[in-house]
Design a protein around this ligand. Structure first.
Ligand code: C5P
Length: 404
């Protein structure tokens, strides 16, 4: 029976948390409630205690169950943390990692997936400060259940009303399911560009930011996978739960993938590997002069193409950044490289491709099926890719079982 930690903060919508708690219990979950001080002015803790049959925690030093350090025990017991309603203030505290009441302390101590249903005045929701905190939390894998449009208690109209109970309860169910569908699955991900040195200070690189690959690693972790992330140089912070192998060049990435491939169940190659490297790296910085000079380039190994030829039971997914005839080229690439799925994007589109936060992907499967996704954040693209991976893994398990 999943254990839900319901965090309630001090929005007028706090009363809606009673309904949410009841619906979660009806779905068979155990619910424990942690309230902020402000929330207790709107709904009595006794109401939640009566509804859930469990004591309610408020202050850091509360010990609602005697002999237990609640913030650690409750944090470890939780299969999912839902904060509904979440005020601008609580979202900010979570983004900063403050631990000044029981709710935020548990939020810091838990490793369970976290869902947040914001509720606030539309001006506060759209304020750049709040939106920056939302982005920070999303980057850590926190899922937001978008607020709805409507008239607020204060009379203002806009985005800021807490989502309806059914939407919140469905989001919890979905997250609980997806949090386990890749449990025990080892996923190897390559990300970022590679740098091919010309001399000790210069290199040939490309515009890959690593955002797509890091989002894929985060999404796989959110589904319960054990992730190894082999990353070229990026400005990004890798997910804390991933085993990270840092490389600079295509040859180093090749070696790292060769070492890790045997131990993985799925390989997702999002890295923008340099196709060529300078034939030799100059030992010293080449001095500037007035002469032109020629740099001789030799091809790098096709990491994905090579390991996929001996993939056996593994699922192998590639990416294709194309500038024209995207689908036809990607289909050929899928066949040539022996892939199960290729995610293709047209990098000539301004909102798709390098450096930006959004992507417009098409998935092409080995059986020729094409799924065109709308423009969405790289995070959402990654989630869809991992959902496709989970579906392929499940089909594979079913197929293997039926053969036994
Ligand atoms: O052939 P192309 O470079 O377009 O293929 C892109 C796909 O192959 C990506 O998934 C990329 O990560 C992978 N790749 C690779 N090693 C290379 C070139 C591309 O793994 N040298």
């Amino acid at each position: 029976m999943p254990n839900i930690l319901l965090g309630v903060s001090g929005s007028i919508a706090a009363y809606r948390a009673c309904d949410i708690a009841r619906e979660l219990m009806r779905a068979g979950h155990t619910v424990r409630v942690a309230m902020t001080r402000a929330a207790t002015r709107l709904v009595s803790p006794d109401t939640f205690a009566a509804l859930t049959g469990n004591p309610v925690a408020i202050d850091v030093f509360d010990e609602p169950e005697s002999g237990q350090i609640a913030h650690i025990r409750w944090a470890q017991d939780a299969d999912l943390v839902l904060i509904a309603p979440a005020t601008a203030h609580t979202i900010a505290r979570l983004a900063f990692g403050l631990a000044d009441d029981m709710l935020t302390t548990i939020a810091l101590a838990t490793r369970a997936p976290m869902l947040i249903a914001p509720a606030m005045n539309p001006a506060m929701w759209t304020h750049p400060a709040t939106q920056a905190h939302v982005q920070t939390l999303q980057a850590r894998g926190v899922e937001f259940i978008s607020p709805a449009y409507g008239v607020m208690a204060c009379g203002d109209e806009g985005w800021g009303k807490i989502a309806d109970t059914a939407t919140i309860v469905q989001a919890v169910a979905r997250r609980l399911l997806s949090a386990r569908d890749l449990e025990g699955v080892r996923v190897l991900v390559t990300a970022g560009p590679t740098y091919e040195p010309i001399d000790p200070v210069r290199f040939i690189g490309n515009r890959s930011s690593g955002k797509m690959g890091y989002a894929v690693a985060e999404a796989a972790i959110a589904h319960g996978a054990q992730v190894t992330l082999i990353t070229g140089p990026t400005m990004l912070t890798p997910p804390a739960q991933a085993q990270v192998i840092r490389v600079q060049t295509a040859l180093q990435m090749y070696e790292a993938v060769q070492n890790e491939f045997a131990q993985c169940d799925a390989f997702i190659a999002t890295a923008a590997v340099a196709d060529y490297r300078p034939e030799r790296t100059l030992p010293k910085k080449r001095k500037r002069d007035t002469q032109s000079w020629t740099l001789n380039l030799v091809p790098n190994p096709d990491i994905l193409g090579e390991v996929a030829q001996r993939k056996e039971h593994r699922i192998v997914i590639g990416f294709a950044a194309e500038t024209d005839k995207a689908i036809i080229r990607a289909k050929n690439k899928l066949l040539r490289k022996n892939l199960d799925l290729i995610a293709v994007n047209d990098v000539m589109e301004p909102d798709s491709g390098f450096e930006v936060d959004t992507n417009r992907l098409s998935f092409i499967f080995a059986n020729g099926r094409v799924e065109n996704l709308p423009l969405m954040s790289k995070r959402e693209c990654a989630e869809r890719l991992i959902q496709a991976l989970a579906a392929m893994m499940e089909r594979k398990v079913r197929h293997t079982n039926s053969q036994e």
